[in-house]
Design a binder for this molecule. Structure first.
Ligand code: ZN
Length: 388
């Protein structure tokens, strides 16, 4: 995750050509939606604004409230104001704009059923250099996890309305009270390590010496490394017969690679965790999400837009902020429905993601998650496939 500070504004374009009722003056009109998305959730409350854009022959905006908005064959509004589409009916809904006998191209909106996933909670262990730990560390780590839980599941940003098609993955985190050998941790979620190791970018061999068994906990190393990237993560490895585009599977039972997240020490030392979404972004990767850029890549989430290398700039050169956690826009934290589906599939079908001590909330009350067995470093560890 690279630090970037970018603000862009929305831009729309109208393209389908028709004629007005006199049959002489050609105008262009078409339907478009708020944030250009063609996805909504059929939950009876998600709102997607559908509106008509009009351009005259000189490509200037043009008003004509005789233009009607048609949904599934019925008139539902006109060009003078956006139509607020809210539905409980899953499936494709077909919109068209009409001026007398002229029709715009159709606009299909996919309304998907709401899904009520259980809230699942994963234990975290932060491996922190001993010298960085003081009496404030416990409080800071708690604060960081609380912020992460809020950011990871939010669907609105302060000052903005709820983003249509953004959903909470219902994944939260807690600090592990036990350490890598099953011992009670002095500070919950904190495993101190001596900072005598070599610090390069990428997962390092020394990390095996502090690694907590990845079937039982999510490992987060705070370390020093010198690049402009603030952190990086492993992609999940699926169980043998599981299939999800963009991820690998294998048949191994004991961990063959380092799985987890590495972040710069500065997040804790300089309180950078308070206003930065890097941990959320890396957790998105950890649960199987790929970036929504660049143009020649696929993130395998059908409802995200594909972006250029420049945050906020779509591959067709349109400006449109995604607010998506898997962009490099500054502090964006939303997940789309399809991204959530990927993460929830990974939770059910991956190994080495802390799943054995995952609990469901609130039914977890009173349940003691299993302790953490030792992890053995394999003779020939597999290099971790990382992303940042
Ligand atoms: Zn990334």
């Amino acid at each position: 995750m690279k630090f970037k500070y970018v603000i862009y504004f929305l831009l729309f374009c109208g393209c389908s050509v028709s004629k007005n009722d006199s049959g002489e003056q050609p105008v262009a009109f078409q339907l478009t939606t708020e944030n250009l998305t063609q996805y909504t959730i059929a939950d009876g409350s998600s709102s997607l604004k559908v509106f008509v854009t009009l351009k005259d022959t000189n490509n200037e905006p043009f008003e004509d409230d005789r233009i009607q908005i048609i949904k599934d064959g019925e008139v539902v509004g006109n060009a003078s104001s956006p139509y607020e589409f809210i539905t409980t009916e899953p499936g494709l809904h077909v919109f068209q704009a009409k001026l007398n006998s002229y029709f715009s191209e159709t606009l299909e909106i996919n309304a998907r059923s709401d899904k009520n996933y259980e809230v699942v909670e994963f234990p975290l262990i932060f491996h922190i250099p001993k010298e960085d730990i003081d009496e404030t560390t416990g409080r800071k780590i708690e604060e960081w996890v609380a912020l992460t839980n809020e950011r990871f599941n939010r669907t609105e940003l302060r000052g903005f309305t709820k983003r249509t098609n953004s959903v909470p993955p219902r994944i939260v985190f807690r600090l592990s009270t036990v350490g890598r050998n099953g011992q009670i941790l002095e500070i919950p979620g904190v495993n101190p390590y001596p900072r005598q190791h070599e610090f390069d970018f990428g997962f390092q061999d020394w990390m095996w010496h502090v690694y907590a068994h990845p079937d039982y906990v999510i490992n987060i190393w705070l370390a020093s490394f010198s690049t402009s990237f603030a952190g990086f993560a492993s992609y999940p490895i699926l169980k043998e017969n599981a299939v999800l585009e963009g991820l690998n599977s294998n048949s191994l039972e004991s961990p063959s690679s380092l799985q987890g997240i590495v972040l710069k020490r500065g997040f804790l030392l300089n309180s950078g965790y308070l206003n930065n979404n890097t941990l959320e972004h890396e957790l998105g990767h950890f649960f199987g999400l790929r970036h929504i850029f660049p143009c020649d890549d696929d993130d395998f989430a059908e409802d995200t837009f594909q972006y250029s290398d420049n945050p906020g700039i779509l591959c067709n050169n349109t400006f449109l902020l995604s607010f998506n956690a898997m962009s490099y826009e500054f502090n964006s934290t939303f997940f789309t429905y399809s991204q959530r589906e990927r993460m929830r599939y990974v939770i059910d079908n991956a190994k080495w993601i802390g799943q054995k001590r995952m609990v469901t909330i609130p039914s977890a009350n009173g349940v003691n998650p299993p302790s953490i067995p030792k992890v053995t470093k394999p003779k020939k560890p597999v290099e971790t496939d990382i992303t940042y």
